[in-house]
Write a protein that binds this ligand. Structure first.
Ligand code: PEP
Length: 251
């Protein structure tokens, strides 16, 4: 039985006081016996403060990115060790905005995944096709390529720390959601691929999240699909109320 994950990617939103307001709202509204594993991924500048505010509640902390080196002359970058030191357990890697705006390649994503797992962070490894790729019938090839390249040289033990997120690029921040059937088809394909790359058991255990305009009104339908194990939420996680409604839909 895979426990569902609801993760909020705050992106480049929320200064420190806004972050305090948002996490306080989430904390106050969190159901008593929340069944999903809840993760918040604030900007770097709010990580430490948010961490101090979630110590008593079942909310986990993630970062939105990190660099693949340990330390040194990499101006503007953040290491895995730095993220751990402010309480991060998770880190989003390979998000389509990193790939498309900042030019991150599969090779860079792979180096970051290796660095994260070897430092005890759990990657939320994002993959997804563009609209053009889907219109040309390339979605399965693109996903297979992103997964195999991103997981290159990742051992079975390290793979167990990874969460996968399928996020079709055409559905991120656009208000267009993959239909539950479209999302389920890709999730199933990813699970079968993991079974070939690792093992049947690992394929059954890995959690595969869907991301792309998940909202309170579509979350339940998406989350009821057999291979959808949670959601990576962007826009709808910026208000406590809508994030909480998605957490409830996962219950
Ligand atoms: C995301 O950025 O990971 C995302 C899914 O965003 P949105 O929910 O706004 O589409």
């Amino acid at each position: 039985m895979r426990r569902k994950i609801i993760a909020g990617n705050w992106k480049m939103n929320k200064n420190l006081s806004e972050s305090i307001n948002l996490i306080s709202g989430i904390k106050n509204g969190l159901p008593q016996n929340v069944s999903a594993e809840v993760i918040v991924c604030p900007p770097f500048t709010s990580l430490e403060t948010v961490h101090s505010l979630i110590e008593e509640v079942p909310v986990h902390l993630g970062a939105q990115n990190m660099y693949f080196e340990n330390s040194g002359a990499f101006t503007g970058e953040i290491s895995a060790d730095m993220l751990k030191s402010v309480g991060c357990e998770f880190v989003i890697l390979g998000h389509s905005e990193r790939r498309h705006i900042f030019g991150e390649t599969d090779e860079i994503v792979n180096k970051k995944i290796k660095q994260a797992v070897s430092n005890g962070l759990k990657p939320i490894f994002c993959v997804g096709e563009t609209l053009e790729e889907r219109e040309n019938g390339k979605e399965f090839d693109v996903i297979e390529n992103q997964i195999t390249s991103g997981l290159a040289e990742i051992s079975g033990d390290d793979f167990n720390k990874i969460v996968i997120a399928y996020e079709p690029v055409w559905a991120i921040g656009t208000g267009k959601t993959a239909s539950p059937g479209q999302a389920q088809e890709i999730h199933k394909f990813i699970r079968e691929l993991i079974s070939k790359l690792y093992s049947q058991i690992q394929a059954e255990n890995v959690r595969i999240l869907y991301g792309g305009s998940v909202k309170p009104n579509n979350a339940a339908d998406l989350l009821s699909q057999p291979d959808i194990d949670g959601a990576l939420v962007g826009g709808a996680c910026l208000q406590a109320e809508s994030f909480l409604q998605i957490i409830e839909a996962a219950g």
